[in-house]
Design a protein around this ligand. Sequence first.
Ligand code: FAD
Length: 455
Amino acid sequence: GAPTHPDHVLTVTGAGLVGSLLALYLARRGHAVDIYERRPDPRRAGADAGRSINLALSDRGWRALEGVGIAEAVREVAIPMHGRVMHDVHGQLSYQPYGLPGQSIYSVSRAGLNRRLLELAEAQPGVRVFFGQQCLDVNLRQRELHLRDIETGREQHVAFRRLFGTDGAFSAVRSAMQKTDRFDYSQRYLEYGYKELTIAPTPEGGWALEKNALHIWPRGRYMMIALPNLDGSFTCTLFFPFEGEESFAALKTPADVTAFFQRVFPDVLPLMPELTDDFFHNPTSSLVTVKCFPWSFDDDVVLLGDAAHAITPFYGQGMNAGFEDCRVLNELMERHGENWELVFREFQQLRKPNADAIADLAVYNFVEMRDRVADPRFLLQKKIEGKISTQFPGQWTSLYSQVTFSPDVPYADAWTNGQRQDAIMARLMQHIDSEADYDTPEVQELVAQELARAN
Ligand code: FAD
């Protein structure tokens, strides 16, 4: 066995987005933290030379960053996106704001954010990060990690007293928990994969499309999106079936890819000089939803972030949900001190219904983004919803706003409210053919009745 581990040291596996923020929270509470991360140190030369990949950060994430006082620093390198710009097959644009004036989601560099969080965590007294250490397995009963050095291949066993599994969607800590009695687990892949592509900056170093927006090319069965980077480029993500007539499998040659983009994304093709290189060099990745329960093992081990709940990316909430995990866990530690059993139990009871809700919301939003945002009736409905929320402040908050801009509303409540709103809108839209119809006495009366019933 491994030497006993000092009781006061907390162990974290995985220094991704959630693990590094969690370490920062734990260290700020005065704990010593040892982190084991599979990847090499990202600050080492060459480690960062990869593609720029970005993520949408929204209010739940911001709130968790505020909890450790680093929101302002992150905001300096984040690009606000005020709404969606939809591109049709003829290059015609339509725009839909995300929320009220002043409300935005933010494009941030994944690598940059991760590095910043790690640096801040490591700067705390008592925090140690061991890079290049892959967790192969966990002996839950003996409280021992089985690690492998990715450079030397050397394996070692390290004891822990309390373990926080933040090692992502394919968590080794969760794998060990799966072998315990009555552990529920499900894993589901979409029939879609994704590929990251790039829109180049203009020759002057600016943005070739509207900078402060998330761009969508909705095409019914599939879609492409693009988020801005600080250097003037955009990172595009093509969400596309693996198999079928229009699919990754069907695009076999550079000529196939160019012809396909010419046909369905003609306005961006000239902005993507590296398209065919990117297409054949960048991986085609899969999209998985993982649900499991419980998230803790006795008062010894707990899962957070994608390790506990991996979701599809269509609501832009995976990281935000993982950051919210850290904030909630911190609040429970504040309330219950070192009563870890209670902290872990309440944590999973609070978070599990919300993680399930955002997983389902994300799949729902895929249909909205790839298909419904191209439908004029749907866009009209969104305009009408906007009118309702302006006319009745505080009485109608769109589902998107509840998920994205309302960190006090748990995901599960947002989902329930959203389903109720969908039913209301289905009734109202039967009486509405244009924006002007909203002001007719008939519709005004119906809206008032619906709101009175709902509130
Ligand atoms: P990860 O980021 O996966 O980090 C896990 C860490 O653990 C990694 O550093 C890994 O190297 C390490 N690790 C893994 N296995 C081991 C092991 N065995 N031993 C040691 N270390 C290990 N979320 C948003 O909020 N907004 C978005 O816009 C958004 N867009 C997305 C787009 C795509 C295409 C995808 C796939 C996801 C997107 N997400 C988004 C989700 C987001 O990426 C995840 O929810 C987030 O990265 C989860 O963080 P994590 O730290 O839990 O896991």
